[in-house]
Design a protein around this ligand. Structure first.
Ligand code: NI
Ligand code: MN
Length: 232
């Protein structure tokens, strides 16, 4: 069993098992590195880690256009409902929620979770990471977070891959992401949330070299539009 993970850019990913396709944190419009347009996407489900605009992205527009379910945290799900998204599932830490083709277990992330409506930033609950089981593989999407010790517990999920922010400034940086990889024990690490905006500029080749010298994990450094097969 395998799934194909395509990097849209920033923290936005598409995951397909050949039958179903899902989006994670689909920030496409206004994403300076994205190589596709939001109206080209027709997912079977959308997963969102937290309410920041660079993660909710085009989720509301896409979910309304294709009428697909959105899986996220409970308060953000209420917000999405208020914006006219019909199929929302909001869970909380420890919970496992189903979507077409898989499940997502909601796990903690140390960050914040506001949505900026153009005038105000309004908190929509708290941020999360997601342990996604799809296409026979298990992938941890850390969302935006710092390093935290309970990542060691997430290793018990028997991860095939972990998607980790390395941008620093808003999240952990490359050195802490290597420490995270040591706890998570995933054989494949996909870095994200870097080189989108000036404050989060990073050297992904240096990250890959450090990760692969200090752990047995491999890094899949993807340019926007590139993909990696997971579990093949
Ligand atoms: Ni954020
Ligand atoms: Mn972010």
């Amino acid at each position: 069993m395998a799934a194909t993970l395509t990097y849209i850019g920033h923290s936005a990913f598409q995951l397909t098992d050949g039958t179903k396709t899902i989006l994670i944190d689909p920030f496409v419009t206004g994403n300076p590195v994205a190589t596709i347009s939001a109206d080209s996407l027709s997912p079977d489900a959308i997963l969102i880690t937290h309410a920041h605009n660079d993660h909710v992205g085009d989720a509301i527009e896409i979910a309304k256009r294709v009428d697909c379910p959105v899986v996220t945290t409970v308060e953000l799900s209420h917000f999405l409902s208020s914006k006219g998204v019909k199929q929302v599932q909001g869970g909380n830490f420890g919970g496992t929620l189903s979507f077409p083709g898989g499940t997502a277990k909601i796990v903690p992330a140390w960050h914040s979770s506001t949505y900026h409506d153009g005038e105000h930033s309004v908190a929509q609950g708290i941020p999360a990471g997601l342990v996604v089981r799809f296409g026979g593989v298990t992938i941890y999407f850390a969302g935006d977070t710092c390093l935290f010790g309970d990542m060691a517990l997430i290793a018990d999920e028997a991860l095939d891959a972990a998607v980790l922010p390395i941008g620093d400034f808003f999240t952990m940086g490359p050195a802490d992401a290597v420490k995270a990889a040591k706890m998570l024990k995933a054989p494949l690490i996909v870095p994200c949330h870097y080189n989108t905006f000036p404050p989060i500029k990073q050297d992904s080749a240096a990250f890959k070299a450090k990760l692969e010298s200090e752990t047995s994990a491999k890094a899949a450094v993807l340019n926007p539009g590139e993909k990696v097969e997971i579990g093949a």
